[in-house]
Design a binder for this molecule. Sequence first.
Ligand SMILES: [Zn+2]
Length: 264
Amino acid sequence: MVYSTDGLVLREVAVGEHDKILTLLTPSEGRITVSAKGARSSRSKLGSATKLFTYANFEIYKKGEFRYAKDASITEPFFGLSDDIERMSLAAYLCEIACDITGESVSSVDVLRMTLNSFYAIAKGLYPLPIIKGVYEIRAAGISGYIPDLEGCAVCSEKTPKSGMLDVMNGCIYCEKCAEKHLNAAQKEMYEHPDLAERIIYCRMTPNTLAALRYALFSPPSRMFSFELKEKEEIGYFSHACEKYLLHHLERDFNTLNFYKSLF
Ligand SMILES: [Zn+2]
């Protein structure tokens, strides 16, 4: 069976002398593995379309469980991603997240769209990298089913508190007043149960970072970065909270994230 699909190259692995195995993120089939025979040969028509971070239309031949790329034409090469090591390593981290939160035969339209939008923003230098990273992380957590309740303080009745604290483990927020009481109780709990210390994570939220977090989670993909967070300190709070939230709920670490962070 031969068919065509759009696909974003999330991973490429060299095999033998001339071949590659690709991991593609596609809209309707989700994350798929495709063999690109001869793609590393200089004469191959698959060459540039099968490079990491490339968005292309692939003609795929399916035989049994295996897929082979017959032909490909580039839609968007995202050249700007390879211009510097920070951009490239952030894009690599987003690819690793995308691989983690998608599966085969599961529609991945949302993940594909937010990955393409993020690649575009990184390549064009449209927003600070910690903002792009944070938005992607918190949306990835939401898509994976871990949406924090940001509407009201989890302890008192205050609706939409403007600032306070994000409780990562419980996926909720506390207003300023309740945050202080809750922190005291949590410290006592950590003292009594040191094994819990790693799982109890609180992130400080200012009115702007909390508003940014709400926006980043619930805005349509086409406007996912259209909010303003200017203060460096607040960008730091936002980025830290998004990262902690995703890693905690996916219960894993990412080598590409460790590399990205080693650059700063
Ligand atoms: Zn409260």
